[in-house]
Write a protein that binds this ligand. Sequence first.
Ligand code: 5RP
Length: 291
Amino acid sequence: MADLDDLREGTSFGSAPVKTTEGFHLKGLGGQDWGMKARLSRVFDPADGKTVMLAFDHGYFQGPTSGLERLDESIVPLIPQADALMLTRGALRTTIPANNGKGIVLRASGGPSILNDLSNEEIAVSIDDAVRLDAAALAVQVFVGSENETKSVKNLTTLVDQGQSAGIPVLAVTAVGKEMARDARYFRLATRMSAELGAAFVKTYYVEEGFETVTAACPVPIIIAGGKKVEEKEALRVAYRAMQEGAAGVDMGRNVFQSKHPAAMLSAVRTVVHNNHTPDQAFELFQELSH
Ligand code: 5RP
């Protein structure tokens, strides 16, 4: 028991109004619970509200794709340069050091492989395990317009319900099937649906025409996927355009880990996202760091 001698009554209550904790660095999320906001702050840097997420969850449907054959060799050295990591619980438990200090965005849907219909996913992680793994967010694919639209949207809303009770935000990943148009109209629909159904942030693809309408119509932050591997300068241009047109960050995979110089590429992406550097400036940095 604590010593009860010399119990001192507080006297220093100040005169200024008590500072409130109002204000949050992320669009549409100021009304969330404290735990939810704390977790979101492990994904989006509180200094600028932006994020560079490193995505390497691809194995959950496509196995050891190029660049991800050995996560210990290719990914672990990149961790210090990411704000958050998007990965499966298998990768997390087997390969990622627990003292990495990054926001963990846990892949929470899965089922079909590339040999089957990818839209036919189920929830693949329990909320208890997400809590055990200290997940900062859960990621679920939504296939708007596909045969499994309702099922994947149900996966989203179920995870949102479970996430709200545990204080874990949900990232909706808008997936594009082969038969769907990748245009602003489609992404306005898919991202707005995801936000209205409770996603705390939404991942989508950049489109050249009208991306600013996608970010404007979505009441929560949008981050973009990198997409298939392209030349570094082109990937940096896309990241730059997306940020200029209202994105809150990037969740990049192949354009980092399939680059000949992944660490240099991740640094270049960071400077676009956090320092507003132009694609030319960022590419110059990439070249410098590649030697
Ligand atoms: C898989 C995903 C990937 O994490 C996402 O596509 C990001 O990776 P990339 O930049 O390689 O597109 O959500 O469904």
